[in-house]
Design a protein around this ligand. Sequence first.
Ligand code: ACM
Length: 481
Amino acid sequence: MRQLGDVIPRPVSVRSDPAADFAVPADVSVSAAPAAAAIADELADLLRRATGYAVPRDPGGSIRLELDDDAGATSPESYRLDIAADGVTLRAPAVEGLFAGVQTLRQLLPVKGEVVLPGGRVEDEPRFAYRGTMLDLARHFFAPADIRSFIDTIAQFKINHLHLHLTDDQGWRLEIDGWPRLTEVSGGAGTGIDGAGPGFLTAQDYTDLVAYAATRFVTIVPEIDLPGHVNAAQVAYPELTCDGEPVQPRTDAEVGYSSLCVDREETYAFVEDVIRVVAALTPGPYLHIGGDEALSTTAEDYRTFMTRVLPLPGKYDKRAIGWHEMAAVDLPEGAVPQYWRIEPTDDGVARAAAAGHQVIMSPADRSYLDMKYDDSSPLGLDWAGLVSVERSYDWDPADRLPGVGEESLLGVEAPLWSETLRSRADIEFMVFPRLLAIAEIGWTPQAARDWSSFRERLAEFGPRFEALGVTFHRSAEIDWR
Ligand code: ACM
């Protein structure tokens, strides 16, 4: 039988009551507030698969999902789960909390065997509102079915944002109304690293993905990387270069060689049009404008460009996120720097935090899921070092950068760059189990985390990943069940 605390991320408070174990009976049924009907259906389906019972929806259900608008709740994702001998009650102030609680309940179901839920009470809420991961669709495109499958798995660990890196030197992966060559040319055959990652999302594909993610309470964060990382855009539209001359497609992994032309008005017409279109397609609050590694843009040009472009997401009702380099300029209200450095370096991020900006922590040496686990990892890079599961887990985003403490953090994100990846299995191998470490950092209070507990709880997920058909790295750090 599972123990009540055997959950990732670890809940804030767990009180076990072994006298109150709930042996799920053959007549088990689920009731839910109307707003939570889809979540109740999902739970009924999970129970059906675990037990083989019919698990109907029934107003007098032995498993009840209740919305309880408790004014004391600090987060819509908070929930309280009570498991007693005669049934289960899950209460939350909002559907987000019911979804989070169902993910906890899901992990308490055994992979096989008799279904007995461990008795007691879980009270839970997230440390940070933003718990994210990122897929790089530019270096290698992954089809909507792969992205949906990824969303299904990450949501089980209460990851609630998926950042899509949609554009880079090697490809442009989102159809933009009015700029058809971006995807016709730079999303077509021969794009991506080694020319092996062609494809793009039509506007409809993207809209469908955003809607699918919303059913898993995952917010899509689209990134258009500017003013560097733009070779694919310039291949499609040579007028985006300073001299208007065509540039060659690139399928290598170099960075820092391309830049939009900061002195030309055409640049800003393009940028604003793209931001307007992407904002209109995106119901979530964020639009990521990149800003990293603009190594062939002078510092002065970078500031000129960013000062002009950073207000544009706001003009279209989005909050700008950008890699931390953007903090070189005074940020507009609500803008969020995403810090990816290895060494604590003052890039203006602490100054932005002091001015009230929230920060997303993604230090490459801890959170980059494309780093190799160890010397023998067949996939991945190592420029930020080797990132074992323990290294992914054993750090605190609130002490990474002086001046950027707990109260300045919007949250954490674990990016996955795709230079070496070619398939869904490749993605999963790099992400699982390390994303579970980042998920726990983002959800569980720092004081309630420790590696030895995480390591033991993680061991149980070997058979669970197998049952889900999800590839994962059997790191030797873990005594897998
Ligand atoms: C980055 O790794 N260039 C954000």
